[in-house]
Design a binder for this molecule. Structure first.
Ligand SMILES: *[C@@H]1O[C@H](CO)[C@@H](O)[C@H](O)[C@H]1NC(C)=O
Ligand SMILES: *[C@@H]1O[C@H](CO)[C@@H](O)[C@H](O)[C@H]1NC(C)=O
Ligand SMILES: *[C@@H]1O[C@H](CO)[C@@H](O)[C@H](O)[C@H]1NC(C)=O
Ligand SMILES: *[C@@H]1O[C@H](CO)[C@@H](O)[C@H](O)[C@H]1NC(C)=O
Ligand SMILES: *[C@@H]1O[C@H](CO)[C@@H](O)[C@H](O)[C@H]1NC(C)=O
Length: 436
């Protein structure tokens, strides 16, 4: 309700601003754009069990919005999918790049094409119009885990919808507990070939680094990739659970002109701290472990109950956005300010609409996209499929941060912010967050 009021006020004040509510897309259950009578056949064979499909990731490219569904349970016909921005609110998902390539049947022994994605959580579009996917290769993660294909990195050319690259991740880089939850892409210089991908292994507390130019991957470990036992207890959607999750998402700062390196900002999911390290320690596989150990910095502490599954950066305003699991919302941090609790305010929150925010992205047009999916009910209890469970919300970043402490600072404001970090600008307080 808070959010509705907040949005109404925003509409009144900024008549032409787009409100965050209502959701742009929403579903009770996920359905697909089947061909012919394939739907009936898939329902019959168990290749499609509607209630077992829960999206966890989104990414926008031009008129498409990618929606990913990990193969958590049985009955997910396609993990990598897209919808049309101009399509209806509850439109069916289109498997990517096509039905033939994306479909994985109930008892599939192996992939039907090199472009088949078996199970992915989150994807990334780079500035060269390529879609980067990290495929865990597994089916039925929660019951009878089946490795359909080895984990792999897949790269699609979005202009032709063709697979342009596939790299299988070697066993020695993985552990039994490995779960590859997202992928961040670091294009070096002006071209599109000198590229590194950083892949958080949330399950075994590592970052995998992949060099496209060298066609080689390596594993980086650090104590700061581990969860914080003080931030492992959750209650979301009325469900109590404990998670010891490591790093699930990370973001790159813009390239530093002088050095050519960037900073990788990352945080374990079960943690309230923010860390960063220079890509200088990641891009070279021969960096000594000691240098990596001293190379990670603690940037700051976001405050109690600020655990985030995902984050993304708007390079234009230099604002980072975090999904806020325990507060059913989104917080932001203007990176020109020190990272302190006051500088990471909760700016949107809604117990229903934003129950379990799972992914957040800023697209190339400066719009924020948020996916919420009621994940705790899906995993630990049961979902009520007569209600809306999955929602995708969007609004321009500019509108979202307007009049919040994250709004872009003038040069003077930036200088002053270090002297006066306190801000009296609008942010939602704890009562909104804890009233769920
Ligand atoms: C939506 O966009 C797609 C792709 O750009 C186009 O083919 C389709 O005709 C559009 N649909 C509507 C209803 O405008
Ligand atoms: C995948 O690509 C490799 C190398 O090009 C090829 O040998 C193999 O047959 C392909 N696999 C499938 C399932 O298409
Ligand atoms: C989570 O951990 C806390 C403290 O260790 C414990 O008291 C609680 O029972 C656990 N909750 C669940 C759902 O496992
Ligand atoms: C929110 O609650 C936490 C502890 O629960 C407290 O430390 C913090 O100061 C509160 N923040 C606001 C904005 O009230
Ligand atoms: C928190 O928000 C509620 C409802 O908007 C308001 O009544 C209360 O005064 C606020 N508390 C603080 C400490 O700002």
């Amino acid at each position: 309700m808070q959010t509705t009021i907040f949005c109404l006020i925003m509409i009144i004040i900024f008549k032409d601003s787009q409100c965050l509510l209502p959701p742009k897309f929403q579903w009770k259950t996920i359905d697909f754009a089947w061909e012919g009578n394939a739907r009936e056949a898939a329902l019959k064979s168990g290749a499609y069990i509607p209630e077992h499909n829960m999206p966890t990731g989104i990414e926008r490219w031009k008129d498409k919005l990618f929606v990913t569904i990990p193969r958590w349970k049985r009955g997910v016909p396609a993990s990598l999918n897209y919808i049309y921005l101009n399509g209806s609110q509850s439109q069916p998902l289109n498997p990517y790049p096509s039905w033939g390539e994306a479909f994985v049947s109930k008892a599939a022994c192996c992939i039907s094409a090199n472009s088949t994605v078996v199970s992915t959580f989150r994807v990334h579009v780079d500035r060269c119009d390529r879609l980067w996917v990290v495929d865990n290769g597994v089916a039925d993660m929660t019951r009878e885990l089946r490795q359909v294909t080895p984990p792999a990195i897949l790269v699609f050319d979005l202009n032709t919808d063709k697979l342009v690259h596939r790299y299988e991740i070697k066993d020695e880089l993985l552990r039994d507990s490995s779960v590859l939850t997202s992928i961040v892409v670091d294009t070096v210089g002006k071209g599109c070939e000198d590229v590194f991908a950083y892949i958080p292994d949330m399950g075994s507390n590592a970052l995998l680094v992949y060099s496209l130019a060298q066609r080689e991957a390596w594993r980086v470990e650090h104590h700061y990739f581990h969860f914080d036992p003080h931030a492992a207890v959750y209650k979301v959607g009325g469900v109590d659970f404990n998670w010891s999750d490591g790093v699930s998402s990370a973001v790159l700062s813009p390239t530093r002109k002088a050095s050519g390196f960037r900073e990788l900002y990352f945080h374990p999911t079960s943690s309230t701290k923010q860390f960063r390290m220079s890509t200088k320690f990641l891009r070279d596989k021969n960096v000594p472990q000691d240098n990596i150990f001293s190379g990670v910095e603690v940037v700051g502490e976001r405050g109690a109950k600020s655990q985030a599954t995902a984050c993304d950066l708007d390079p234009n305003s230099n604002v980072m956005f975090y999904t806020q699991l325990s507060k059913n919302g989104v917080s932001c941090w203007n990176m020109d300010k020190p990272l302190t609790e006051e500088n990471v305010p909760l700016i949107i929150s809604d117990c229903t609409v934003l129950e379990f925010p799972s992914d957040i992205k800023v697209d190339h047009g400066g719009n924020l996209w948020i996916l919420s999916n009621r994940q705790s009910r899906f995993i630990y209890e049961s979902m009520d499929f007569s209600q809306v469970n999955f929602r995708i919300l969007t609004a321009p970043v500019k509108t979202i941060i307007q009049d919040t402490p994250c709004e872009k600072l003038s040069t003077m404001g930036r200088a002053l912010s270090f002297i006066r970090p306190k801000s009296n600008k609008k942010s939602l307080n704890n009562s909104t967050a804890t009233s769920c």
